[in-house]
Write a protein of this length. Structure first.
Length: 170
């Protein structure tokens, strides 16, 4: 744990060599959500090059407004490290987080977030509000956006197009 406290944080908008790899795992989580009829968002929490938490949207399946991919992955990560402080963890998410998930990241002291597509309806990294970059909070999450953005956006577009088509038929 001492090593993690002395690691230099990765600054905003820096893409590491492994970011695309981990984002592909998050996209696989999003595909699982889509298979259940959920909005296809996936998340993967990584510590020391190992997955310590995964999640995909389960709001409909669990009848739970808190069951966002990020919340599920953050909770799994906290359980894995036996601590609510997620020091040294990077969260990969296919979509820009909402204000609730952004707040949870700040509360968890998450050092880094990497996400794919922007969310123009609920995004908390500047698309709608800037929760993650608000200077008033005592913790700052380093953010890298746009990793595999086209793939993440295409997955969401395909899901909503198919949803519209089903509604028109039924």
């Amino acid at each position: 744990m001492d090593d993690l406290l002395t690691q230099k944080p990765i600054p905003d908008d820096v893409v590491t060599d492994s970011d695309a790899y981990w984002m592909r795992l998050a996209l696989a989580q999003a595909e699982q959500a889509a298979a259940l009829g959920e909005v296809p968002v996936g998340a993967v929490a990584v510590l020391n090059e190992s997955v310590i938490g995964t999640g995909f949207n389960r709001k409909e399946a669990d009848l739970d407004p808190l069951a966002h991919a990020e919340m599920i992955a953050l909770k799994a990560a906290a359980t894995a490290v036996h601590n609510w402080r997620l020091i040294g963890v990077t969260l990969y998410c296919t979509l820009e987080p909402c204000p609730m998930c952004a707040g949870a990241m700040i509360q968890a002291r998450l050092p880094r977030l990497v996400y794919g597509a922007r969310d123009t309806r609920f995004g908390a990294d500047g698309s709608v509000v800037s929760v993650l970059r608000a200077p008033e909070f005592n913790h700052r999450v380093a953010i890298t956006s746009g990793v595999l953005e086209e793939e993440a956006a295409a997955l969401l577009q395909r899901f909503f197009q198919e949803l519209r088509e089903r509604r028109m038929k039924g």
